[in-house]
Design a protein around this ligand. Structure first.
Ligand SMILES: O=P(O)(O)OC[C@H]1O[C@](O)(COP(=O)(O)O)[C@@H](O)[C@@H]1O
Ligand SMILES: [Mg+2]
Ligand SMILES: [Mg+2]
Length: 315
């Protein structure tokens, strides 16, 4: 067995960068423990606040954010934190080289029903400012709190999976993850169909037509409603995740957030051989205009993403 600590020590990266990943892993292990007991401790409800994006915060959104903040404060190599749950970036008082952008609890609408949720993080060079392209990320990862807690990490070259053990350590369980280039599964919230653009309609209609249509094969649709859970499934067995621009999200730029949802997931997917796009541009090439900026997100198996891009290219 190889622990996360042993694996990090063997990586050809700055040990201080590795320590940032270790910090996020430690925060995730603590969040996993809180989530495991939340229905008993009565922590599944609303916090009674809204975040900067006008979304009702759950008690566990706030608790998870506090856990991340607390762990980050103890790592002298982190000087900046951007979080979904904090209006402004937090400057932590030290000279640390790194910035973390995080969604401390992703998919929190699924908390009441004991469905997988997660923590997403992105690590950047703090000296380069808050608004950097996703391609500048030095590391990214997420924890998926499912039947097992999985930690999936990349430094940009490959994607590695760890599993939380009973003693609180993460054990290496899969290296060199590869997203299959083709797939018969897609993930999109079809309740929004009436709001979709022509490209999304065209791509999904082909999938629904299955073996009787131009795709020439049968598809299945899967939508957990926790990005972490949907992306984890895609990393493990292929597929495509879509939260495209639609007539309702167009005024906000999209639904999901660039710095702490789209970018880290795009880095993890690309490092595993998949692709990511807004439909018109590679997600990792976008220059952010704000820390809570929203973007369209389409990522997963290369052939499927390329097919969607083909539809966007038509109009
Ligand atoms: O409720 P919808 O429109 O299907 O959106 C689901 C998406 O929203 C999210 O829950 C947003 O994340 P948060 O829970 O962190 O706000 C994603 O995890 C998920 O993919
Ligand atoms: Mg989220
Ligand atoms: Mg969240």
């Amino acid at each position: 067995m190889t622990t996360l600590s042993d694996w990090l020590a063997a990586q050809p990266v700055d040990p201080k960068l590795a320590s940032v990943v270790a910090t996020m892993a430690a925060a995730s292990a603590e969040i996993a423990e809180v989530l495991r007991r939340a229905p008993i401790t009565g922590q599944t409800g609303l916090a009674g606040h809204t975040n900067v994006q006008g979304e009702a915060q759950k008690a566990l959104d706030v608790i998870s954010n506090d856990i991340v903040l607390n762990h980050i404060r103890h790592n002298p190599d982190i000087s900046l934190l951007v979080s979904e749950e904090l209006d402004e970036a937090v400057h932590i008082q030290n000279q640390g080289r790194f910035m973390v952008a995080t969604d401390p609890l992703d998919g929190s609408s699924n908390l009441d029903v004991n469905v997988t949720v997660g923590t997403i993080f992105s690590v950047l060079d703090a000296s380069k400012g808050l608004l950097q392209r996703g391609s500048s990320q030095l590391a990214a990862g997420y924890a998926a709190y499912g039947p097992a807690t999985s930690l999936v990490v990349t430094f940009g070259q490959s994607t590695t999976v760890f599993t939380l053990d009973a003693d609180g350590t993460f054990q290496l369980t899969q290296e060199g993850l590869q997203v299959s280039s083709s797939s018969g599964e897609y993930a999109i919230n079809t309740a929004r169909e009436r709001l979709w653009d022509a490209a999304t309609r065209g791509y999904v209609a082909e999938n629904v037509a299955g073996e009787t249509g131009p795709a020439g094969k049968r598809y299945n649709m899967r939508w957990v409603g926790s990005m972490v859970a949907d992306i984890h499934r895609i990393l493990m067995r292929g597929g495509i995740f879509m939260y495209p621009l639609d007539s309702e999200t167009v005024s906000k730029g999209g639904r999901l957030r660039l710095l702490y949802e789209a970018n880290p997931m795009a880095l993890l997917i690309e490092a595993a051989g998949g692709r990511s796009t807004t439909g018109r541009e590679r997600i990792l090439d976008l220059v952010p205009t704000g820390i809570h900026q929203r973007v369209p997100v389409i990522l997963g198996s290369a052939e499927e993403v390329t097919r969607v891009e083909g539809w966007y290219g038509r109009g």
